[in-house]
Ligand binder design. Sequence first.
Ligand code: PMP
Length: 359
Amino acid sequence: MATDIALRVRPALAGFEPYDPAFSPCEVNLSANENTYPLPQDVRERIVQALANTPLNRYPDPLANELRDELAAWHEVDRSCVMVGNGGDELLFNLLFCFGGPGRALVVAPPCFEEYKNFAKMCETEVVEVWRNEQDYSLDDEALIDAAREAALVMLTSPNNPTGDLVEPALVRRLLDETDALVLLDEAYVEFAPAGTSLVSWVRDNPRLMVLRTLSKAFALAGLRCGYLIANHEVIDVLAAIRQIYSEDVLAQTVALQAVRKRSSFEPVISTIVKEREELARALAELPGVTLWPSSANFLLARIPEAGSIRARLRDEHSVLIRDFSYAPGLSDCLRITVGTRSENERLIGALKAILEVE
Ligand code: PMP
């Protein structure tokens, strides 16, 4: 019997599709900005031991306070300024759930992470898009500030996904000084940027600034689902009150705690990825027809004629998966390539040379 489920869906949620990362099993997966290196051995050992001692019959600590304390000590803020979430995604959703809603607007600067817009729509929040410059993807500061004057929330990404560039601190300063909006700076990839890039330390003196971080990228824990927000305690209090009470499970809390405690063990792999990014950029730039943008993240954005078919041939003929953005507004013929290990990157370059018939 036919049902009318579609008609019963809350109107703001009608028409959404499940998230599709366009994943196909491939030998080399450079499609999702993950850290493709193994976990540092000492971290792995600690995690295995800690997991073995984690009881599963008890509910988790809803606020993950041990983990919050460790994150707070790292970032030199009070525990009351830290909230943990089931990936950065949960925190982004909850921010819109709390501070968006009918009659309120979110300002974004596309091309950027598409979930900002999706979550805003789910939360019945108007989305104001201030597009980046079509050539160099630079931000339009004046237009962003103008839009932010009328908005509840601004979300900027530094480094940006998929363009790889950083947000100038001066723009964040102006957004805080010249508008009344809450400003979320998404630093999911900031560990790959030059030291001193993060604006976490600004949170203490700027109660409308919020900084999002994740363990999914530099800390090689995308499968774990753990992100965190550093913000004024009043923001954190609201998030604490509305969150899914046990969204961060005991296993995730246990693993995240070990990884954060041993954060210095990740430094060598992070600097290797940064070096490999420059190596990969050099090799890609030598290929015919490739335009590259400078990146401070663990991925590169490359424009190449026939990008969609090149990506399909990489997958089908060479078992190398990268992300196709050629369909997306502002990103025609663009591919996003995660920086992998030396051998993964060489395999990608070899495959591209074969497809482009370069010696
Ligand atoms: N922000 C940006 C810019 C991202 O690219 C991602 C993941 N792709 C996230 C946030 C969310 O990451 P996670 O939910 O894995 O923490």
